[in-house]
Ligand binder design. Structure first.
Ligand code: 13P
Ligand code: SF4
Length: 317
């Protein structure tokens, strides 16, 4: 855990120590996504993917939750644990995928197609969740889609890449909302092949938000948390990790004996999510000190958004 840096890790900085002292004072729990910067990951109580973080947020019994991730993730924490203050170090940390499905457009679609069953990837706003039947994450999407009654037509929102992948894996046809993650669609098979030529032994591990050619040629396609188990259990020693670069830090920490190489785009050797990187250790310290900014939402939206999240948590246990 964070109070005992692992061997080989540098000692905590003064600001990281300040964060830990404030965390204790506030009796807070710090939840961080795998894409957060190393400095934040090291002071978090739990680092994981969207599914693991949703469970941790629901179960949290601290006085306050500090969510180091993007807005929809912190919003999900508030939906499942409404009595606690939920802090997000940078309120502007959004998500291009979430933005690609505005609630008013989904409401209009639903009105025109009242029988459609809406499966929403967790990367969406509370207002979109409130219009949906069930939520999924990249860690449980197949399981969730398989549980949708066979006689219902599915609309999958907002990620067409994840939706296409789930549809292929499960054989279930679905209508796909035309959204995508601006960061994951930048990875190209061409750039990955160039890197593979330099590391021919390396296995390719890709996130399902990547485009089809990247997914089809990867050795495994999975959520960020599942990448850890795959790399640990595999006999391979080297991996090309086709997702946001924060993941490399988590993998190096969990599987220190293996080598992880960032997945490339056509123009860069690695790829960061500009929203995830808006949180900094300074902003984390300041939000704990000031108890601000906090996530707020109308209670009627929260209650409506809770139902499909609860369904997901029940279905994926
Ligand atoms: P995971 O749930 O796999 O961590 O993915 C979250 C995300 O935003 C990917 O871009
Ligand atoms: Fe959203 Fe993409 Fe960033 Fe994930 S990586 S938070 S999907 S913009």
């Amino acid at each position: 855990m964070v109070f005992n840096p692992r061997s080989g890790e540098s000692p905590l900085s003064d600001i990281q120590k300040e964060v830990l002292a404030l965390k204790k004072e506030r009796n807070a729990v710090i939840l961080a996504h795998n894409y957060q910067v190393e400095e934040i990951q090291r002071v978090a109580d739990y680092v994981g993917d969207s599914l693991g973080l949703a469970y941790r947020a629901a179960e949290a019994d601290a006085d306050c939750i500090v969510f180091c991730g993007v807005h929809f993730m912190a919003e999900t924490a508030k939906i499942v644990n409404p009595k606690k203050p939920v802090l997000l170090p940078e309120m502007e940390a959004g998500c291009s995928l979430s933005d690609s499905c505005p609630a008013d457009q989904l409401a209009a679609y639903k009105e025109a197609n009242p029988n459609v069953y809406i499966v929403a990837y967790i990367n969406c706003s509370a207002a979109v969740k409130a219009l949906s039947d069930v939520i999924c994450t990249s860690g449980n999407a197949m399981k969730i889609v398989e549980k949708v009654p066979a006689d219902r037509e599915i609309l999958f929102v907002p990620d067409q890449n994840l939706g296409q992948w789930v549809s292929k894996q499960t054989g279930r046809s679905m209508k796909l909302w035309p959204g995508s993650c601006y960061a994951h669609v930048l990875f190209t098979q061409q750039a990955i092949e160039r890197l593979k030529a330099k590391f021919p032994e390396a296995l390719v591990v890709a996130h399902p938000e990547c485009v089809e050619t990247v997914r089809d040629n990867a050795d495994v396609v999975c959520s960020t948390e599942k990448m850890i188990g795959f790399c640990r259990d595999s006999e391979a020693r080297q991996f090309i990790v086709v997702t946001e670069t924060g993941m490399i830090h988590r993998l190096q920490r969990e599987v220190p004996e293996k080598t992880f190489i960032a997945g490339p785009t056509d123009t860069c050797a690695c790829n960061e999510c500009r929203f995830m990187k808006m949180n900094t250790i300074e902003k984390l310290r300041d939000c704990l000190r000031d108890m601000s900014p906090q996530i707020e939402m109308p209670e009627d939206i929260r209650q409506k958004a809770y139902l499909p999240i609860k369904r997901m948590l029940d279905w994926s246990r």
